[in-house]
Design a protein around this ligand. Structure first.
Ligand SMILES: Nc1ncnc2c1ncn2[C@@H]1O[C@H](COP(=O)(O)OP(=O)(O)OP(=O)(O)O)[C@@H](O)[C@H]1O
Length: 501
C-alpha cells in the first residue's frame, strides 16, 4: 500500500512537471520565434553549435524550471516562481490600468467629446500573494467611488478577493489577494506556548498566521452545519490549554448537544456543563467570579491582569441557541439574563465568552450586539451574512460564497470593523485527546449556588458598585475610597465532586 502511494505521488509530480514544461514553453512563444530567427542566422553564418543552443534556449529553460519545481517546490517558489509571478502581476496592472479603470467606472468626462479623466494609478506593490494598488481619485470622483469599484477591478485582474483602505485625501489602497492559499487544509500543531491574550488559529488569505485576539473581547462564531466550528472551538481551547494547565486561564464549557463536541477534550476544561441545569449553575458561578472581581478591583484598576491563582476566565458555548432559544422557557430566560450580564460586565474583568451558533436567527442578532468580534464561517445566503455581520458586510465578507469543500474557512470582523479572510487549522480527535492528556486543567466544581440567592447577591454587589461610583464622582471623596486598596489574590478552589471534567 505504501509503495503504491509513493508511485502515485511520483506519477503526479511527473505529470505536473510535463504540463508546466509545455505551458511555459508555449507562453513564451514570442521569445521562441525570436530564438528561431537568431538560431537560423547563426547556423547560416556557420556557427552551428551556437545556433542549436539558441534554438533550444526556451524549452531548456522551461525544463529546468519544471524539474526544479517538481523536486523542490518550496525553494523554487521562493527563489524564482514567486518573484516571476509577482513581476507579471505588476506588469499586467501597469499595462491594463487605464482600460480596466475606465470599464470599472473610474473615468469621468465633462462632455462626451472630451477624453475621459481616469483615476491615477500612483503605485503598484506586491508581496507574497498580495497585489496593492495605490490610486488617486480624479477630479469629480470621491474615495467612495474608488471603494465601490474595488470588486470589479479585482475581478478584472483575476484576484480571489479584495479589500480597500483610505490612506490619504482622495487616495485609496486596493489590496488584491491574487492567489487563494486557503484551499489546502492544514492540521493544527500541538501547542506549547503559554498564551492568555491571543491564539493562533490558522492562516490568513495572504498565508500569514491568523491570530485571534481574545483579551477583553467576546467572540461570536456562526456557521452552518459542517462549516468547521469545531476547528475554532478546539483552536481556542487547545491553544489555551498550556496556560490553563499552568493556572493562568480557566476554561469553562457548555455543550448542550449531549456533550458530543466537548467530551473529546473535556480534560482541557475546568468546568463543563452538558445539561441545562448544570449550565445554569455554571453561568451563576461565572457571574459570581465577575461579582467578586468587581469588589476586589473597584477603585484600584479598570483592566484585569491575570496571574497564577487569579486566571483569565473563558467560557466556550457550543450551540448557543440550545441554551438561549430551544431550552424550556425558564431556562432560556435565566440563561439569557445571566449571559447578558456576563457579556456586559465581564470584558474588563478578564471574563470572556466565545459562543458558537449554527442557525443565524434573531437570537444571534441579540448576541451580535453584545459580542465584540464575529467569525462568519460558511453561511447559506447573503441575508444570513447580513444578519450575522450587519448590513454593509454582504460584499466585504461574503460568507455565503464559501465553498462546502473548505470547512474552517471564514471571515473575521474585528472590533474595529476590519475584515480578514481566514482558514482555521483542523483539529483531529487524536490531537485533541493528546492535548487534553498533556495539559489537563485543574478541575473546579461548579458551585451549587441557588439561582435566586446568586442573583440577589450579584444585584447587591452591583448596587454597591453604583453607590461607590456616585461617591467617587462627587468632590468630597472619602479617604477610604481614594486610598489604593491592596488586591487580595484569589485562592484556587479545591476540587469537590464529579460534576466537573
Ligand atoms: N479547519 C478544517 N480544515 C479541514 N477540514 C475541516 C476543518 N474543520 C472541519 N473540517 C472537516 O469538516 C467536518 C465538519 O467540521 P465540524 O464538525 O467542525 O463542523 P461544525 O460546524 O462544528 O458542524 P456541526 O455544527 O454540525 O457540529 C469535520 O469532520 C472535518 O472533516
Amino acid at each position: 500500500m505504501a509503495g503504491l502511494r509513493v508511485v502515485w505521488f511520483v506519477l503526479r509530480r511527473l505529470g505536473r512537471a510535463c504540463r508546466r514544461f509545455v505551458s511555459w514553453t508555449v507562453q513564451s512563444w514570442r521569445t521562441v520565434l525570436v530564438c528561431l530567427v537568431i538560431g537560423n542566422v547563426l547556423v547560416i553564418a556557420d556557427h552551428e553549435a551556437a545556433g542549436v543552443v539558441v534554438f533550444w534556449l526556451v524549452p531548456a529553460w522551461s525544463l529546468v524550471r519544471a524539474v526544479w519545481e517538481a523536486v523542490s517546490p518550496l525553494t523554487y517558489e521562493t527563489a524564482l516562481g514567486g518573484p516571476l509571478r509577482r513581476r507579471a502581476w505588476r506588469r499586467r496592472v501597469r499595462k491594463g490600468w487605464d482600460r480596466v479603470a475606465e470599464r470599472c467606472g473610474l473615468a469621468s468626462r465633462r462632455t462626451t467629446d472630451e477624453p475621459p479623466t481616469i483615476s491615477r494609478l500612483l503605485k503598484v506593490r506586491t508581496s507574497g500573494n498580495m497585489l496593492t494598488l495605490r490610486v488617486r481619485a480624479a477630479v469629480g470622483q470621491t474615495v467612495d467611488d474608488l471603494d465601490g469599484a474595488v470588486e470589479a477591478i479585482a475581478t478584472a485582474f483575476g484576484a480571489e478577493s479584495a479589500d480597500s483602505r483610505r490612506v490619504g485625501p482622495g487616495v485609496v489602497e486596493m489590496v488584491l489577494a491574487m492567489r487563494e492559499l486557503l484551499h489546502q487544509p492544514t492540521t493544527a500543531p500541538v501547542p506549547s506556548e503559554l498564551e492568555t491574550e491571543a491564539v493562533t488559529l490558522g492562516r490568513r488569505s495572504d498565508g500569514s498566521p491568523w491570530r485571534l485576539e481574545l483579551n477583553g473581547l467576546h467572540t461570536l462564531v456562526v456557521g452552518r452545519s459542517g462549516a468547521g466550528k469545531g476547528s475554532i472551538l478546539w483552536g481556542i481551547a487547545g491553544n489555551l490549554a498550556p496556560a490553563a494547565h499552568a493556572g493562568l486561564v480557566r476554561l469553562w464549557g457548555i455543550d448542550l448537544k449531549g456533550g458530543v463536541e466537548v467530551a473529546v477534550g473535556a480534560g482541557m476544561f475546568s468546568s463543563v456543563a452538558m445539561d441545562e441545569q448544570t449550565a445554569l449553575r455554571l453561568l451563576h458561578s461565572l457571574h459570581q467570579v465577575i461579582a467578586e472581581r468587581q469588589t476586589v478591583m473597584r477603585g484600584l484598576s479598570r483592566q484585569f491582569t491575570p496571574s497564577q491563582g487569579d486566571p483569565v476566565h473563558l467560557l466556550l458555548i457550543d450551540e448557543l441557541a440550545v441554551l438561549t432559544a430551544y431550552a424550556s422557557r425558564d431556562v432560556v430566560n435565566e440563561a439569557s439574563s445571566l449571559l447578558k450580564r456576563i457579556l456586559t460586565q465581564g470584558r474588563a474583568l478578564g471574563v470572556m465568552v466565545v459562543a458558537f451558533v449554527q442557525d443565524p436567527r434573531k437570537e444571534t442578532v441579540g448576541m451580535r450586539e453584545l459580542s465584540t468580534q464575529t467569525i462568519a464561517l460558511r453561511l447559506a445566503s447573503s441575508s444570513e451574512t447580513r444578519m450575522v455581520l450587519g448590513d454593509g458586510y454582504g460584499d466585504l465578507a461574503p460568507a455565503h460564497w464559501i465553498d462546502r469543500t473548505m470547512p474552517g474557512a471564514g471571515y473575521v470582523v474585528r472590533d474595529d470593523g476590519a475584515v480578514e479572510r481566514v482558514r482555521a487549522d483542523f483539529w483531529p480527535d487524536d490531537v485533541i485527546r493528546m492535548v487534553a492528556q498533556c495539559y489537563p486543567a485543574p478541575p473546579v466544581p461548579i458551585e451549587a449556588v441557588e439561582a435566586v440567592e446568586a442573583v440577589e447577591a450579584v444585584e447587591a454587589v452591583e448596587d454597591d458598585a453604583l453607590d461607590e461610583l456616585v461617591s467617587v464622582v462627587t468632590p468630597d471623596v472619602d479617604e477610604q475610597a481614594s486610598a489604593p486598596r491592596r488586591r487580595t489574590p484569589r485562592t484556587p478552589r479545591t476540587p469537590k465532586d464529579s460534576e466537573v471534567a
